[in-house]
Design a protein around this ligand. Structure first.
Ligand SMILES: Cc1ncc(COP(=O)(O)O)c(C=O)c1O
Length: 358
């Protein structure tokens, strides 16, 4: 049996006609950037997350960068960031000239470790990046108790919840990516910044549109981080299905969880009480990961490692700090197919092969 890591058939085919009719309308209108569909998407996504303001932008990295600039972060400042994340979380800080201080991760949740993070706080600390790794919401209350502004990186967590509040509703700013493989994935790069602060929202809106308050009225040094109308129309249509697709991801994950929960050589991701994981990725920690991944490949199963090298060990950051949990986890983590549309018999096959190899 063949098991791909991800296909888009279930997601994209049923909405194709509706999406193409929007594309036709946009094509004929001649308004391709930051117009009617982008505004509608901003409004609906803000409502969905329970936020007052949303600014659609060109990528998740752009959203994170806008948030750091929005908080006036710059040279001499420090931002705490988990080392188990995608490089963009740290890059956004570097763009401002500030320094990233990498924190280790919790071996069970695979999210930031609170002790490691709190040890890094000093007078220069300007923010903490809160990443809900793989779609697993972290304990925001504990993080917020540090008294440091939080930028929520919810790139993996569209629709995830913590005590009934949506990911994207925490922190000073929340940031999303709509990269095509995300739980809500666009037809090109895209992102969103959310906040409840009217002044910060206005600042980010100006920053993302070349520093213009209105056309040709440049009031600050800005960026071109706008979203295309085609992308917004596609994302609006997909958003209607997000909860249903997340439900399928959760159902698929529950089959894996049930099969692996008591296995001596496999660790499943621990979920914080009150959290609703949306399984952007279904990740296990397993001994002899590389060997097992190779055997799965021979069995026709595609698995992925996200991410194989913690950020503090990547070339641009190469530092000699040692973050032992993240470094060990990077050798054990394995993402298994969990996408909406995978068949139950395919999941059972993956489970059966892993239990045989482990
Ligand atoms: C945790 C995390 N943060 C930020 C980003 C950046 O998003 P984008 O690729 O849209 O720039 C990603 C993208 O994969 C991500 O996984």
């Amino acid at each position: 049996m063949k098991v791909p890591f991800l296909t888009f058939d279930l997601l994209h085919q049923p909405i194709k006609e509706k999406v193409f009719s929007c594309f036709n309308e946009i094509y004929d209108s001649g308004f391709f950037i930051n117009s009617r569909y982008v505004q509608k998407f901003e409004k609906e996504f803000a409502d969905y997350c329970g936020r007052k303001f949303a600014i659609a932008c060109s990528s998740g990295l752009a959203a994170l960068h806008l948030s750091t600039v929005g908080l006036n972060i710059g040279h001499g400042d420090e931002v705490i960031c988990p080392t188990n994340t995608f490089a963009a979380t740290a890059l956004a800080v570097h763009y401002t000239g500030a320094t990233v201080r990498f924190a280790d991760i919790d071996p069970e949740t695979l999210n930031i470790d609170f002790d490691s993070a709190s040890n890094l706080i000093n007078k220069n600390t300007k923010a903490i990046m809160a990443v809900h790794m793989y779609g697993n919401p972290l304990d925001m209350k504990t993080l917020e108790q540090f008294g440091i502004p939080v930028i929520e990186d919810a790139a993996h967590a569209h629709g995830a919840e913590l005590n009934g509040c949506k990911a994207g509703s925490f922190g000073v700013f929340s940031c999303f990516s709509f990269f095509q493989t995300k739980n809500l994935g666009g037809m090109s790069d895209g992102g969103m910044v959310l906040t409840d602060d009217a002044e910060l929202a206005e600042k980010v809106r100006i920053l993302h549109d070349v520093g213009q308050k209105s056309i040709h009225d440049h009031v600050m040094m800005g960026y071109n981080y706008r979203m295309s109308e085609f992308n917004a129309a596609f994302l609006l249509e997909k958003m209607k299905m997000l909860d249903k697709w997340n439900g399928l991801r959760r159902k698929n994950a529950s089959l894996y969880n049930e099969a692996f929960k008591d296995h001596p050589k496999i660790r499943i991701q621990k979920i914080f009480p009150g959290a609703k994981h949306v399984y952007h990725l279904y990740v296990i920690c397993i001994e002899n990961r590389d060997e097992i991944q190779q055997k799965l490949k021979e069995d026709g199963i595609v698995s992925v490692v996200q991410y194989p090298v913690p950020i503090h060990r990547q070339k641009p950051w190469k530092s000699d700090i040692s973050l032992v949990i993240a470094e060990k986890s990077a050798e054990e983590i394995l993402s298994l197919p969990v996408f909406p549309g995978i068949e139950e018999k395919q999941i059972n096959y993956v489970i059966e092969r892993i239990l045989t190899h482990a």
